[in-house]
Design a protein around this ligand. Structure first.
Ligand SMILES: C[S@@+](CC[C@H](N)C(=O)[O-])C[C@H]1O[C@@H](n2cnc3c(N)ncnc32)[C@H](O)[C@@H]1O
Length: 265
């Protein structure tokens, strides 16, 4: 059995649909921040279904190496000559001897929150790039999520969701640590920012945001109820209240994804 944490969200078709939706909602902003340069050699740690890896590969015009542990994700991932997807663990990346120290950019999004020892992963990322190469980390800090006017039962549901991460030995607040992880891994941090990930009911993208939050919470139902973090009936009631709330014209979600960039010395 792997010493790594179980993946909280799982890899069911419904969850894969959520991940694809998330990519559609986020990738334009992520690509703007990434500012990929033509010819950049990129390795994507925890590439999932490969959507952002492929966007990066198209911008660079050369193949991106994606590392993903789950066979189910790889089976449903994008297929493209510009994608070199490899099965493996980000704590022991399947890179060839000559590839270490050769990449221009190592990237990870929504992965460090799912591993037991994020510093080890970031150390591998730093080692994967050449001196002067970039390391970009994007991850959640669930504490900054707000929705208003608050739907009934939502605070308790969100707290239980956060606790389902630490029950697995993972950090739901890893976003705030990204710069210090780069520093501790030996890279020079050069930039930090947020990617805004929110919306209000009037916007065309609103249903996508509501669906993403709802299915993320629904997908963690067993982890929350089974782990004794919140009763199943309370979870279901709060999820139903969230759906009703989303139809209100004054409803809004406020969230941002943490972003940090460092350079190998
Ligand atoms: C939330 S998804 C993000 C995927 C992709 N980075 C994106 O932004 O679309 C996290 C992915 O990390 C993978 N993962 C989790 N732990 C891993 C590990 N230790 N090694 C490799 N992949 C891992 C999961 O299987 C999942 O596909």
């Amino acid at each position: 059995m792997s010493a790594e944490a179980a993946y909280l969200h799982g890899t069911s078709p419904a969850e894969q649909g959520r991940l694809s939706l998330l990519n559609r909602l986020m990738n334009e902003a992520a690509m703007r921040e990434l500012a990929i340069r033509p010819g950049e050699r990129i390795v994507d740690f925890g590439s999932g279904l490969g959507q952002l890896s492929l966007d990066m590969a198209r911008a660079a015009g050369v193949a991106v190496v994606g590392i993903e542990r789950s066979q189910e994700q790889l089976a449903r991932a994008e297929r493209d000559p510009l994608l070199d997807l490899r099965r493996g663990d980000v704590t022991d990346p399947p890179l060839r001897e000559r590839e270490w120290g050769s990449f221009d950019l190592a990237h990870a999004r929504f992965v460090l929150e799912h591993v037991l020892d994020p510093l080890t992963v970031v150390r591998h990322m730093v080692r994967a790039v050449r001196p002067g190469g970039r390391v970009v980390l994007q991850d959640d800090d669930h504490d900054v999520f707000r929705c208003w006017p608050e739907p009934a039962g939502f605070s308790a549901l969100w707290r239980a969701f956060q606790r389902s991460y630490d029950r697995l030995g993972c950090d739901p607040f890893i976003g705030r640590r990204l710069v210090s992880l780069l520093h501790d891994a030996g890279a020079a941090p050069v930039r930090s920012t947020w990617i805004y990930f929110g919306s209000c009911a009037a916007e065309p993208k609103w249903p996508g945001f509501v669906e993403n939050i709802h299915s993320q919470l629904a997908g963690a139902r067993e982890a929350m109820a089974g782990g004794g973090l919140l009763g199943a009936a309370e979870i279901d009631a709060a999820l139903a209240a969230f759906r009703d709330w989303a139809r209100r014209p004054e409803a809004a979600i406020w969230y941002a994804v943490c972003w940090a960039e460092g350079v190998r010395r």
